[in-house]
Write a protein of this length. Sequence first.
Length: 469
Amino acid sequence: MKVLIAGIGKLGFRVAQSLVDEGMEVIIVDKNEQVVENATNTLDVMSVNGNALDLMLLKELGIEQCDIVIATTRSDEANVILCTIAKKMGCGMSIARVRNPEYHKHLNYLGEELNIDLIVNPDYESALAIEKYLLKKYLLMSDDFAGGKVKLVEFNIGENKHFVGKKLMELEGFENLLITTIARDGKTIIPNGQTVLEENDVILLVGDSKTIEFFDKEHSDVVRLRAVQKVMIVGGGKIGYYLGKLLVDSGIEITIVEVDMDRCLFLKEKLPEATIINGDGTDMNLLEEEMIHTFDGFVAATGIDEANLLISLVAKQVGVYKTVAKISRSNYNSIIDKLYIDAVFNTNYITAGRILRVIRGSGSLSVNLMLSGDAEFTELVLKEGVLALNKQVQDLNLKKGVLIVSVVRDNEVIIPKGDTVLKAGDHVIIFWAHDMLDEMNRVFKTVRQKNGLFSSKHKYIEDDGGGSL
């Protein structure tokens, strides 16, 4: 598959990296010479320093032979124009990133009228993910698979005596749960029964929703599970605005702290139900004046990752029930596991996960990239012709780095054992390291897929950063 990406900011770079890992032919175009040089030195891509709206350049790059064109520059208008041109010149599919809130309600109309296959708003998608976490009753950071029947949750064991120093096989109450991975010092460990847990390990658990809820209640050091009612958002940018609107519409009392006065006036006009505070949300005196300890939800959504992590940590220390930090870089993966922040959302990983899901086609329902960036959880629906069909898990001879963590069949959640037989229609959730691509294709591609899981043309999606045309 041949993909052209215009604009190599944080999002463009992350998408390019993911697609290269999938074995795709990637061309990147950016006007910034330094950005192009960095991508050339880092990724196995064809890099072009130029203007992606230059028709002659597009022809030279063989735009008509591209399966997908992705426009992720800083300019919404340029992204839309490029995608429209690309489709007219014969590319298979075009995806435009559009972030301006004024365009948000017209995305479907624009896509239809301009023949753009998908127009995505990354900030809105990130806000949706954060809202989903805030409104659920679990405290643990989680994701859903199989329509919510299967939960994947992260749990920092800290110094918990029930876990530290014990082998996995010695843990009690895990009959219907599976510890799929352990995050330790920024690295991902695939454990076995003999693996010994250490202080501040973050374990990733898979189980049905009821079992996960019981585990959360037993081990979250919280008196009772509850949904948030009052949320403070620091940072009134695009994500803060979208999140504020979503929470207001859900009946949540919100306060937004924003340092820019003009932006405060905009927020007050658009969100009259919200309390808007003009001030520096990283100033602890201001947070104390606004009685931060009375909020049960706190979201740090400024444009500075370091500030978001720090003030989320402070919010947790003063007793806020749920704290969330928004980040866009991967530099902090090794320390995030050691911070007592309830949830960290990397906007670029949200995007990359959605892109991979759609590229892989209708059989792939969900993709969750881990913060380490070197592994993921993928949900597949097994169809007739899949090579693993009607075989026992133990007979698949899966290599280390690929693990079937759950099977959903007829609304029943199954934690698979060696003798579990995979059947057509099963929803299979798989953990796999990205260097196991060939193994995934060996086991889960159909007999009709010559190139494996990622050979079909499909629609796209979303998020942060931005490069230049």
